[in-house]
Write a protein that binds this ligand. Structure first.
Ligand code: 4AD
Ligand code: MG
Length: 431
């Protein structure tokens, strides 16, 4: 057998005989000529089996192989502009590793429920493959940027004794007779970590028992949460805009082919660069009023509001200083107006909604104690958190970026369920 080469490296082997190990994506039968579209996880290549160039057994394998059968193919690499990927394999041998029977996902349109029920197979389809490769790059860009900018990775626990983002979306579980909750956010732990490390981040799955079915909500999603000691709201926004711009730029650079498969018009993404526009909550309400989506002061935005606000800008837009009452208990108060919090959300352009939530945290022990009461939170579970205000409290800020919403925006996908390998939603925990 000749050298095993992955499809993404075929360009380095033009004119040579190589072996590809993978699966059959599709086949076109032209009698003595069989066109086999092969995939191996790194890409697609067309294999051409010409009857007189293969042994009778190998040609029979090429003629009878079914969609998604696993295979080992040997052939000579030829450059061909018309071929998908620009190269073609003139096959000299083909072995079927396992012959697949009646693969359920035919290369035609299926309904979303049908496909989600078969998500374990659907991952192999080109668009899903492209989306999840973009996701992997987004995650890598996230880690690289933070690691290169002085943020130390400090993991937060998944099993927690208390709520971070309000008690209505908690997943409760039994912890040896006590109640525990799946984490909604690692933020409170980050606030402990910054007193040890200065700038930190945690990155992992987070859980919200979201009872509404929307195109932007999962019950399990990945969030990266940077936190910074001695940082205020403005510093938080500066970090966010540099961070998001880097993620977009890096993905455009490394995943152009995947974005083309997804038919993403990348022009709006190419312009993403700091500084991002900053508007206050009150200014956002004025925009909403003009857009015919007006909202009473004090209420948080829903998806249509976010879309209407973002439509005014071609960069992501910061909305800062939300009313205290529509935000979490830990928000710092605006010294100019106690009704407002030093919070900030980042809304993606093109209607993809809020991708980041964050802001400055209150450093004040008494205010925090009051808020815990006002929000009906169990004080015992927060004693350790109150310690952080007793021993060396400093102004600090941070934020959480949702990976799936960011990937949906970059890929141009209407719904976030395809941006995670195995989505968990109100109606789905299978496969
Ligand atoms: O705005 P959120 O709730 O903020 C926090 O959890 C803060 N504690 C983060 C922090 O400051 N460290 O969530 C942050 C982001 C949202 O902007 C969104 O991108 C994503 O997490 N997100 C979700 N993504 C998918 N499905 C859901 N149900 C989500 N809820 C939030
Ligand atoms: Mg939020």
């Amino acid at each position: 057998m000749s050298e095993h080469v992955t499809i993404d490296k075929l360009a380095e082997h033009v004119g040579q005989e190589v072996t590809v190990k993978g699966w059959l994506y599709n086949r076109t039968d032209k009698g003595r000529l069989q066109f086999l579209l092969l995939r191996d996880g790194t890409g697609l290549v067309q294999g051409v089996a010409f009857k007189k160039e293969l042994s009778p057994e190998a040609f029979e394998a090429a003629r009878s192989i079914t969609q998604e059968s696993s295979l080992i193919a040997t052939g000579t690499v030829r450059a061909d502009e018309r071929a998908p990927g620009g190269y073609e394999l003139s096959l000299s041998d083909l072995q079927i590793v396992q012959l697949a029977q009646d693969y359920p996902i035919a290369p035609k349109e299926h309904g979303i429920d049908f496909l989600m029920e078969r998500r374990h197979l659907w991952l192999r389809s080109t668009q899903q493959w492209a989306t999840l490769r973009v996701r992997a790059t987004v995650i890598r860009a996230i880690r690289d940027w933070l690691d290169d900018h002085g943020f130390v990775l400090v993991d937060a626990p998944i099993l927690t004794p208390a709520a971070c983002e309000g008690t209505t979306t908690l997943f409760e579980t039994d912890y040896f007779g006590d109640k525990a909750y799946l984490t909604q956010s690692g933020q409170l732990y980050n606030e402990a970590a910054i007193a040890a490390f200065g700038r930190t981040y945690c990155f992992g799955p987070t859980f919200r028992a979201e009872k509404s079915k929307t195109r932007r909500h999962l019950t399990e999603f990945w969030m990266v949460e940077p936190e910074m000691a001695y940082a205020d709201l403005d510093e938080c926004m500066r970090v966010e805009e540099a961070f998001v711009s880097y993620i977009v730029g890096r993905t455009l650079e490394e995943r152009a082919e995947e974005l083309a498969i997804l038919e993403r018009d990348t022009t709006p993404l190419e312009g993403i660069a700091p500084p991002f526009p900053r508007i206050s909550y009150d200014e956002a309400l004025m925009i909403l009023e003009e857009a015919g989506e007006s909202l009473p002061w004090g209420e948080d935005f829903g998806a249509p509001h976010e879309t209407a606000i973002a439509a005014r800008f071609d960069q992501p837009v910061f909305v800062h200083r939300y009313p205290t009452r529509c935000k979490a208990f830990y928000m710092e108060v605006d010294p100019q107006n106690p009704e407002l919090s030093l919070s900030v959300d980042l809304l993606a352009p093109e209607g993809y909604g809020e991708i980041i939530g964050g802001g400055q945290r209150t450093a004040d022990l008494e205010l925090l104690e009051r808020r815990i009461v006002e929000h009906n939170l169990p004080r015992e579970a927060f004693e350790w958190y109150l310690d952080l205000r007793r021993y060396g409290a400093v102004p600090h800020a941070g934020f959480g970026l949702g990976v799936e919403r960011t990937v949906a925006w970059i890929c141009g996908l209407h719904h976030i369920r395809q941006t995670i390998p195995f989505p968990r939603t109100l109606g789905r925990i299978y496969p």
